[in-house]
Ligand binder design. Structure first.
Ligand SMILES: [Zn+2]
Length: 397
């Protein structure tokens, strides 16, 4: 392993939005995109422009306003999708079309109802049609992990020859296991044309809880790009979680030695924002950002941590942006302290939400001497849920 940099491709706004029940509007998408820039991701997959007018507008808005980061849009291998994606991305500083077509026999036969040769032809023609319209072309072989390896290499080589410079190996249904996936990535890498100019990417799903492990195995095997989502949200059981992949690379730098451009101190506030805007609560035992991730309960553990944190903590909370502010909140705490507390806890609330939360906080403080972070979390979650149900009555009502 050398010092090549891992390219972090974030698909929170595309695959993450495919989480059941999640729908980011244009403003939410832009808010998250801005935070992803602060976090330091290399590529933002902003959406699927041909999927709906709303998503087209959201992707276009990000492309036009976000600045230097690469903005990607997903597209099927059909002309009308490519045209829509072009319209959405044409004003981006750096645009990337993300073309995909299924390549496994089961998807070809039962979903697309076409032969391997037909899929190959559609892929190559689409890459050629997209050439010149985007700064970069990425091609994904959907369900790659269940695709015949030789056919996979064949389709990759033909799209590379046609002009795709990033090829993505998705474990679309979360079926792969780490050692096998590592071999697959190595196989593709060894058989691909123009090796030095082609970036190999992976996209793993978490159906068997192995998305992060598979992604890390792929990076060990020479993949250069990893596709992730904040908090691991996404279709079904979700995607490889950005914060878990990155903190594994950091915490085990001695093992991986793979640099990246993520500013880990922005992780916590990014997760908070995505959790708030998606309405998805983080499970308490969620790795890295769950509310229990840095809590020690067993007496012997507490004793160890008090003497030396490294006894039971492999990461420091402040490295992911959790600040221990030592601000004790109670009924004498004023509005400024309350706002600072919210900020330190990673919340970004509207004026109205802060007003409402402060009022509830005062009610709680009247009955409780010390209002701890957990109490404040309950207050804020309640406020967010209520303002959401007001805005989206039919959804939550
Ligand atoms: Zn996916």
């Amino acid at each position: 392993m050398g010092d090549r940099k891992v390219i972090v491709f974030d698909t929170t706004l595309r695959d993450g939005e495919q989480t059941p029940g999640v729908n980011f509007d244009k403003d939410s998408k832009y808010k998250i995109a801005k935070q992803l820039v602060s976090l330091g991701v290399d590529v933002i997959e902003a959406g699927f422009p041909a999927a709906s007018n709303g998503d087209f507008e959201a992707v276009k808005n990000i492309a036009e306003n976000i600045g230097d980061v690469v903005v990607a849009g997903l597209s099927r291998c059909v002309k009308s999708d490519i045209d829509k994606t072009y319209e959405a991305l044409k004003n981006a500083k750096k645009s990337r079309i993300h073309l995909f077509i299924a390549t496994s026999d089961i998807h070809l036969k039962y979903k697309l109802k076409i032969s391997r040769d037909e899929a190959l032809k559609m892929a190559v023609e689409s890459v050629k049609y997209a050439s010149g319209k985007f700064d970069e072309i990425q091609f994904s072989a959907e369900d790659a992990s269940r695709t015949d390896w030789d056919f996979l290499v064949k389709i990759f080589n033909e799209v590379v020859d046609a002009g795709a410079k990033i090829i993505n190996i998705p474990d679309t249904v979360g079926y792969a296991v780490p050692k096998e996936f590592e071999k697959l990535v190595g196989y593709v890498k060894n058989h691909i044309h123009d090796k030095d100019n082609v970036t190999i990417s992976v996209h793993c799903h978490n159906d068997l809880g192995m998305a992060v492990a598979n992604s890390l195995s792929a990076l060990e095997s020479g993949a250069e790009q990893v596709e992730v989502t904040v908090c691991g949200i996404g279709e079904r059981a979700g995607n490889a979680s950005l914060e878990e992949v990155i903190m594994a690379l950091n915490t085990r730098k001695d093992y991986f030695n793979l640099p990246h451009s993520i500013n880990t101190r922005e992780i916590f506030s990014t997760c908070k924002l995505v959790s708030e805007l998606s309405g998805i609560q983080l499970q308490p035992n969620k790795a890295i950002v769950g509310s229990n991730a840095f809590r020690h309960t067993a007496g012997i553990h507490q004793h160890g941590v008090i003497n030396n944190k490294a006894t039971y903590e492999i990461m420091r909370p402040e490295d992911i942006g959790i600040t221990t502010d030592h601000i004790s909140m109670g009924k004498l705490s004023g509005r400024n302290a309350f706002e600072l507390k919210l900020k330190n806890m990673g919340y970004e609330l509207s004026r109205d939400e802060i007003n409402l939360a402060f009022k509830k906080f005062k009610d709680v403080a009247d009955n409780k001497k010390v209002v701890n972070d957990d109490d404040i979390k309950v207050i804020v979650d309640d406020v967010i849920l209520n303002t959401k149900s007001f805005k989206e009555g039919e959804l939550w009502g």
